[in-house]
Every structure is written in structure tokens, then in C-alpha cells.
Design a protein around this ligand. Structure first.
Ligand code: ZN
Length: 248
């Protein structure tokens, strides 16, 4: 067990919308799918609506940050994990290292469901699929130059999903400011994702997303005790506000 003492100070809650600027494909199971001869269906919730699992969002943010910070080592393709207690990736996103010293995982990324406006938009789509579009992808045979079509299902451009991320702030006796400074990396990973792609076929134009209408709230232990709403802030002010409001 780590020797550090962690004291929970409060949470930073980031909410907003993910806007799809191109079609989005997050793959679901092909087993239950029988409509339209789709080879690659999208993931849906039990009510039939496509959604973005928190694990997909968090996984891609972590992946991009690992590359950005030079944490991709070796050639086994596995996610980064280490025993460095100051490792930003392991602190923020969590570690499965047996002797991990990074402490509790700081970031929770919720499943991301469509907004009510998007559900309305989907209901009026003129396609042969439920709430989505059908995209034919051709793979050209290199010898015969014949096209082998593959049927992809996509969430259409301009769809929006409500996202929520929670970053927990702990006071740490070796370096009390580390959790505070690491908040920046959550926003950095979001920025990296906007210039990358979410889901499948990103290199072929799918999955360009933007985080819009971000609302940031800082809640202290006192807020949870008194069920008060916390303090709102902006991305620019966040570290100042967290430092003052959570007293770290
Ligand atoms: Zn690490």
C-alpha cells in the first residue's frame, strides 16, 4: 500500500455537450442486429438510442495523453501502467499496476447519452436504420480493382450527447499541489481528442467531436454536508478557484 496519506478535499464537475462534427461509429454487437444488412452496427442503450460509453471516452483521452507525455513504451501495445507515485496518467486515469502508488483514480467519466433535441432529430431522419445513418465503405481489391463494400452504421453529424466528468481532488502529504496541477491534464486530453477522433474509422473521417457549452463546478466537502451547489468557475480560473475554495 502507498505510504502517502490522501485526504479527500472535493470534486470538480465538468459538464457539457459533445457535438459530433462528422459521423460517429462506436461499435456494438453484431449478434442482435438483423436490419439493413449492417456489417458494423453502433452501440445502443437498452432503449435503442446510440450512446458513448464513459470507457470509450476516457480510454481515448488516456491514450492520447500517454502519447503526448511519451508514456507509450515497448511494442506490446498495452496501456501505460507504472509504479511512479507522481505519474500524471496513473494518478488521473487510474492504474492497474500491482504496486501502483498513484493513489485513488481521480477521474470519473460518465456514459454519455443523447440530448432531447438530438433524439428528436434522430426520429426525423430519413434512413433505413433506427436513429442512425448507413454508410457504405469500399475496400478496393488491389488486383482486380473491384470494390468490396462494407456497411457501416454511424451516428449522424450534428448529434449531441450530454457529458459529465468528475475530477476528485485529494490533499497529498508529499506534494499538496499535485492534484491541483493535474486538473490541467483533463482539459488537455479533451483538447487532444478534439484534434483526433472518437470511435472507429477515425483516419477515414469519422469521429470528429467537439466539447461545447462546458460548465465547471467545484464542490467542497462542506457543500456535500450542507447539500449546497458549490462554486462555478471557468477553465482559465479553475486552478485559482480550486486552490481557494478547497483550501489546498
Ligand atoms: Zn504511470
Amino acid at each position: 500500500m502507498p505510504e502517502e496519506k490522501y485526504e479527500f478535499k472535493g470534486n470538480v464537475i465538468v459538464k457539457g455537450k459533445i457535438r459530433c462534427e462528422t459521423g460517429l461509429h462506436i461499435g456494438g454487437s453484431t449478434e442482435k442486429f438483423e436490419i439493413g444488412g449492417i456489417d458494423a452496427p453502433v452501440l445502443r442503450d437498452p432503449f435503442g438510442y446510440p450512446y458513448i460509453p464513459g470507457s470509450s471516452l476516457k480510454g481515448k483521452m488516456r491514450y492520447l495523453l500517454e502519447w503526448d507525455m511519451g508514456k507509450v513504451k515497448g511494442d506490446d501495445g498495452k496501456p501505460h501502467n507504472c509504479e511512479d507515485e507522481k505519474c500524471v496518467v496513473c494518478r488521473v486515469f487510474g492504474t492497474s499496476a500491482e504496486k501502483g502508488k498513484a493513489g485513488p483514480t481521480r477521474l470519473i467519466v460518465r456514459d454519455t447519452h443523447p440530448t432531447e433535441d438530438t433524439k428528436k432529430m434522430w426520429k426525423n431522419l430519413d434512413t433505413d436504420l433506427l436513429y442512425t445513418e448507413h454508410k457504405k465503405e469500399n475496400i478496393i481489391d488491389r488486383i482486380t480493382s473491384s470494390a468490396n463494400p462494407r456497411d457501416m452504421e454511424r451516428v449522424p453529424k450534428d448529434s449531441e450527447f450530454d457529458f459529465e466528468m468528475i475530477y476528485s481532488v485529494y490533499d497529498i502529504n508529499d506534494n499538496g499541489k499535485t492534484d491541483l496541477n493535474n486538473i490541467d491534464y483533463v482539459f488537455k486530453a479533451m483538447n487532444l481528442l478534439e484534434d483526433s477522433a472518437l470511435g472507429g474509422s477515425g483516419s477515414r473521417g469519422y469521429g470528429k467531436i467537439k466539447f461545447v457549452e462546458k460548465k465547471i463546478t467545484v464542490k467542497s466537502k462542506d457543500d456535500y454536508k450542507k447539500t449546497t451547489e458549490g462554486k462555478t468557475t471557468t477553465e482559465d480560473e479553475i486552478k485559482k478557484v480550486v486552490s481557494e475554495y478547497l483550501n489546498i
